[in-house]
Design a protein around this ligand. Structure first.
Ligand SMILES: [Zn+2]
Length: 57
């Protein structure tokens, strides 16, 4: 299964801040929540959430 890719072309870029998912410094801001986050981390979290939903169904 191919992981879903997020469209972060309009994401804000700021000073390095700890990614909310992996705690490493991230420049990108999540377009939805404005939290510092790596795009790859957001995609992995999204994939994990979808997997969990599929298992629950
Ligand atoms: Zn991260």
């Amino acid at each position: 299964m191919t992981p879903e890719l997020l469209d972060w072309r309009h994401a804000q870029v700021g000073d390095p801040a700890p990614c909310v998912l992996c705690r490493s410094p991230a420049l990108m801001r999540d377009p939805d929540t404005n939290q510092p986050k790596h795009k790859v981390c957001a995609e992995q979290a999204l994939a994990a959430r979808k997997r969990a939903e599929n298992e629950a169904a």
